[in-house]
Design a protein around this ligand. Structure first.
Ligand SMILES: CC(C)(COP(=O)(O)OP(=O)(O)OC[C@H]1O[C@@H](n2cnc3c(N)ncnc32)[C@H](O)[C@@H]1OP(=O)(O)O)[C@@H](O)C(=O)NCCC(=O)NCCS
Length: 168
């Protein structure tokens, strides 16, 4: 398996993997919208490929943490593995690779809305522990944060997603 940043030649394959993994095309549309926005970070759209075939994709993009100041943080979404390649460690490898790149971008933290069973192994914790609030009414344990090296204690508040996320 090879993990690398996306290139425009991957756009179609990435859309297909997301549509197959989620059983709908909302996430593929979200990715396309983010790519066209100032929230897109090309190095943080990462694919996993096997024999030159894209089997997984992860995207981190800028979202806001609004407290005393508005801070640009990272949102992890979406993460998708082709159904025939799930439960083989590919999703975990993409999360780890993405977090390592995120550190190089000097981002203070990453937010994810997802399965605690899956994300807790990478150090994600309920965001409420750090007084970081979800914009949606979701169970506390599914809205999670992973602190990165440049995190400071004063970074708290409410997360605000760009409008691209409205239809997911
Ligand atoms: C969720 C997903 C990204 C995990 O990637 P993966 O490559 O299959 O996962 P890995 O092989 O790295 O890790 C397997 C672990 O993830 C867990 N896992 C897989 N899918 C899960 C799910 N939907 N909910 C909770 N845990 C899940 C497995 O139970 C397994 O846990 P274990 O190690 O304790 O047995 C992938 O299954 C997927 O694309 N699912 C459909 C899309 C989706 O739900 N994405 C949501 C991301 S928030």
């Amino acid at each position: 398996m090879n993990i690398r940043c996306e290139s425009p030649q991957d756009y179609l394959a990435i859309a297909e993997v997301n549509t197959l993994a989620f059983g709908q095309d909302n996430e593929a549309k979200l990715i396309a919208k983010i790519r066209c926005s100032d929230r897109y970070i090309p190095e943080l759209s990462v694919v996993a490929e096997i024999d030159n075939f894209v089997v997984g994709h992860i995207l981190f993009s800028y979202i806001d943490l609004v407290g005393q100041e508005t801070l640009k943080v990272l949102g992890l979404a979406p993460l998708a593995i082709h159904p025939q390649f799930q439960n083989q460690g590919i999703g975990s490898a993409l999360v780890k690779a993405g977090l390592a790149i995120a550190e190089t971008k000097k981002a203070p933290l990453v937010i994810v809305l997802g399965h605690p069973h899956f994300y807790s192994r990478f150090g994600f914790q309920s965001s409420s522990v750090y007084e970081i609030e979800s914009p949606f009414p979701v169970p506390e344990d599914v809205f999670m944060v992973k602190l990165l090296k440049s995190y400071q204690e004063r970074y708290k508040g409410k997360v605000v997603y760009p409008s691209a996320f409205n239809e997911v």
